[in-house]
Design a protein around this ligand. Structure first.
Ligand code: AP5
Ligand code: MG
Length: 190
């Protein structure tokens, strides 16, 4: 399977759909949010830097993220393809990812964009707050994350469009329908 970049606002289902894709196609999964939360849990220097920014809904600097990503990518089993979840989030990160993959004679693959209305996003994240207690799932930080997404990450969709690999899926109120549409597309990409 080709690499996949799963792209969308906070709460759009990047993690949820990545798990489904991994079960079906047996790919690797890199969630940069999960990597950072593990660093916070382990109390590392990177974790300390990340915590201050994540709690405010702000991005970790590009140079830090690009180094982490390359390290984590090289630890994955080659040949099966990887899902990038939460990376890239800026044009700088996207260019760095493209170069990193080209150095390894790998391709970007497909970008899967999840479009979900903001009311649904907010209710999903507030619900997750009750179930999992993620530190950045409170109304104030969620609003900051939406703002950062609109200003810094959403414009990147055009970058993928120009690369010719943007594939958009829109939430119509039913998880199974969206999943079927994504699988129908990915089945053609093996
Ligand atoms: P990250 O962990 O990537 O968070 P995010 O982008 O805000 O996205 P979420 O993980 O909250 O949502 P998701 O799209 O994965 O949705 P999920 O499947 O969980 O990043 C966190 C922070 O780390 C950033 O703010 C930043 O500070 C930092 N960071 C990370 N990467 C970085 C980078 N590259 N550069 C700089 N900084 C970086 O679904 C949400 C909930 O909805 C779940 O509880 C799910 O069960 C539920 N749900 C209910 N119904 C559905 C449905 N039908 N479909 C999908 N999910 C559903
Ligand atoms: Mg996630």
């Amino acid at each position: 399977m080709k690499n996949i970049i799963i792209f969308g606002a906070p709460g759009s289902g990047k993690g949820t759909y990545s798990d489904e894709i991994v079960s079906r196609y047996g790919m690797g999964h890199i969630s940069t949010g999960d990597v950072l939360r593990a660093e916070i849990k382990n109390g590392t220097e990177l974790g300390k830097l990340a915590k201050g920014l994540i709690d405010k809904g702000q991005l970790i600097p590009d140079d830090v993220m690009v180094n982490i990503l390359a390290k984590v990518y090289d630890e994955k089993v080659p040949g099966k393809g990887v899902i990038f979840d939460g990376f890239p989030r800026t044009i700088t990160q996207a260019e760095a990812l493209k170069n990193m993959l080209a150095d390894r004679h790998h391709e970007l693959g497909n970008m899967i964009e999840l479009i979900v209305d903001e009311e649904t996003l907010m209710s999903r994240l507030l619900n997750r707050a009750k179930e999992q207690g993620r530190a950045d799932d409170n109304e104030e930080t969620i609003k900051a994350r939406f703002q950062v997404y609109h200003n810094q990450t959403e414009p990147l969709a055009e970058w993928f469009e120009k690369e010719g690999i943007r594939h958009t899926f829109t939430w119509k109120g039913d998880k199974d329908t969206m999943l079927k549409e994504i699988f129908a597309f990915l089945d053609t990409q093996q």
